[in-house]
Design a protein. Structure first.
Length: 65
């Protein structure tokens, strides 16, 4: 069985001085899991979120400006 590394995409807010996240949209489409990591540490750990938790996180971030 071959294991593939997910393709990570930077947040649309990545111009804010480097404090941003990346996510793996293709992995999400295939598995329903949202992978999120800190763009400053690409070899570090990542979070695996459900679609519902991802939506709550996005809503929270939007509410914080």
């Amino acid at each position: 069985m071959t294991t593939h590394s997910p393709r990570w995409i930077a947040s649309s807010y990545s111009n804010n001085g480097g404090a941003c996240i990346e996510w793996a949209p293709e992995h999400a489409r295939h598995t329903g899991e949202i992978l999120v990591r800190d763009s400053k540490t690409p070899t570090g750990p990542h979070l695996t979120l459900s679609v519902g938790v991802w939506a709550e996180l996005v809503d929270f971030a939007k509410s914080q400006g």
